[in-house]
Design a protein around this ligand. Structure first.
Ligand code: TEU
Length: 539
């Protein structure tokens, strides 16, 4: 048995700083705004905040294009504000997790400005360059946000490699000097008291474009171990790598209990389920429910005692879960709570994305009201390729990243209490009914369901260390599982859909206590109502 880590019983709350709380009326959320809302987060009971990037950035990709790792973007505040936030959050026992974007920088980063000056500039080799001719790219690799992955720089007659936007040139991790600069920067933030790091697209750093390798390059884990040894292992941090390309075998390396790499990994196997096979996320398909159960089961059982899961339905790149796999019309409250209970009964560190705890929903905007560059690019590309406009918009409604990025809904006043100015992106017009103010003191609210689930993780050790067993694997409606340790048993049973179904686990749950459910009382114990979820416990 390895020693327990603080982050194994922790719950993390993700803040998208642009959209959380504006304190100065410029329409953009900021660090002082977050400080104003710490009391709310304290009430929810979370242990850490993962802040999407707040470093200096031209904002081509909302901060995922960093031009100075050791400065805060003026839009969000200053380094002093960041220090104040770290200090203030500590009073609520909340740690601050920063987002490290290490695969690429902004094209406005000092390193890149130097790098593109000449082939013998000392910074040239910080990035990935190939000789070539204008118009003849080194190969046909594509960027994630559309177009070629190669960008021509006429002054030096070379192409640079970018897996995301042309404004996000890829760093060359093969260069030891690059790695050293990164480690020094991480140590600088650690000294400021940061509680951990989320590592953006970290499975893409060991790219080898000549072999068309982007994810899982041969030197990937070598870099991880070096970085961890030089930085993270010098503190008591939570570290989580974002890895779209991780399978359970690889995730065991990422989250090796010996601490040689990271604390855990964000894997996305469940996230890719509702799209057509071999296509991308915009090509919609219904959720294969049995497969969802299999996948969750596999991750829960395979990492047991030899790795660590992170648990999430949402983040700033994903649509709102209640609109995606719940029902945001007839059963918004019930299905939001069901999805919460289902996930928070599992093993791993749960992540709540801002507004998820209120059951915030997707939006349907006119194309010009979307701010995300990925949405704008896919719209242009697909219309040009002859897709039907309605189909393109339906894909954007279902999967667009701005679904997650609309302002946090605090109350029913103008702009949902997010800003006194003009919000940088439109507020969801359902804010009058869906907002924090109406939920915080209502014991039956989605917020209070989350609050309870967060506290259970501290109260019942089985949630942290219990084994996982999937029940009713072939049932087309019910997601049920059991967690067990030496002296506790926990049983979660959820009706994943909107029909009333027979409750098959009446005997198993007979002598158990009902810890939480999403209906006021059980009238008929032999059925599960639409989206009904129950968590049972026995000691
Ligand atoms: O995202 C990685 C990534 O490839 C996808 O999540 C992408 O955002 C999109 O959903 C693909 O359709 C990370 C960040 O989370 C994202 O916000 C950044 O835009 C991206 O890296 C680049 O830094």
């Amino acid at each position: 048995v390895t020693e327990k880590k603080w982050w194994q019983s922790a719950v993390v709350y993700q803040i998208y700083p642009k959209s959380f709380q504006d304190s100065n009326g410029d329409g953009v959320g900021d660090l002082r705004g977050i400080m104003e809302r710490l009391e709310y987060l304290g009430k929810l009971g979370i242990d850490a905040i993962w802040l999407s990037p707040v470093c200096k950035s031209p904002q081509a990709d909302n901060g995922y294009d960093i031009s100075d790792y050791q400065d805060i973007d003026p839009m969000f505040g200053s380094v002093e504000d960041m220090e104040a936030l770290i200090k203030e959050a500590k009073k609520y026992n909340i740690r601050i997790i920063m987002d490290l974007v290490l695969n690429h920088t902004s094209n406005k980063h000092r390193w890149f400005e130097e790098a593109k000056k000449s082939k013998d500039n000392p910074y040239h080799d910080y990035y990935v360059w190939r000789d070539g001719e204008e118009g003849v790219e080194p190969n046909d690799m594509k960027a994630v946000f559309g177009g070629s992955a190669w960008e021509w720089v006429p002054e030096i007659k070379q192409y640079y490699f970018h897996q995301f936007l042309p404004e996000q040139p890829d760093l060359n991790w093969e260069n030891p000097q690059v790695r050293k600069e990164i480690y020094d920067m991480i140590l600088w933030w650690m000294e400021k008291g940061v509680g951990g790091f989320r590592l953006d697209v970290i499975d893409q750093i060991a790219k080898e474009p000549d072999k068309k390798i982007t994810i899982n390059g041969p030197r990937l884990h070598e870099y991880f171990r070096e970085m961890s040894k030089e930085t993270f292992q010098k503190g008591d941090l939570i570290t989580v790598g974002e890895a779209w390309g991780a399978d359970p075998e690889r995730a065991k390396l990422y989250s090796n209990p010996d601490g040689s790499e990271f604390s855990m990994v964000f894997q996305f196997e469940h996230i890719g389920l509702d799209q057509q096979e071999g296509k991308d996320k915009w090509d919609l398909a219904p959720l294969p429910f049995l497969k969802l159960k299999q996948i969750m089961n596999r991750w829960q059982t395979e990492l047991y005692n030899c790795g660590w899961n992170s648990l999430f339905w949402n983040n700033h790149d994903l649509p709102r879960i209640v609109s995606r796999w719940g029902n945001d019309k007839e059963y918004r409250v019930e299905s939001a709570k069901m999805l919460a209970i289902l996930l928070h009964g599992m093993q791993g560190t749960p992540y709540i994305f801002e507004g998820e705890e209120l059951g915030m929903t997707n939006v349907r905007y006119n194309i010009e009201d979307y701010r995300d560059v990925e949405i704008q690019n896919v719209y242009k590309e697909r219309i040009a390729a002859g897709y039907d406009k309605e189909d393109v918009m339906n894909s954007i409604y279902a999967k667009g990243r701005d679904n997650a990025r609309t302002p946090m809904q605090w109350d029913d006043t103008e702009n949902a209490g997010f800003t006194t100015g003009t919000p940088w992106i439109k507020v969801n017009d359902n804010y009058k009914t869906i907002n924090a103010k109406s939920q915080v003191d209502d014991p039956d609210s989605i917020f209070n369901c989350y609050r309870k689930l967060v506290s259970f993780r501290k109260e019942y050790p089985v949630l942290v260390d219990g084994s996982f067993k999937l029940l009713l694997a072939e049932d087309e409606n019910i997601f049920a599982y059991e967690r067990k340790n030496a002296d506790e048993t926990l049983l979660v049973v959820c009706n994943f859909y909107g029909n009333t179904v027979k409750m098959p686990l009446t005997e198993e749950t007979e002598d158990m206590e009902l810890l939480i459910s999403n209906y006021k009382e059980i009238e008929d114990s032999s059925v599960l109502r639409p989206y009904e979820a129950r968590m049972y416990y026995k000691k």
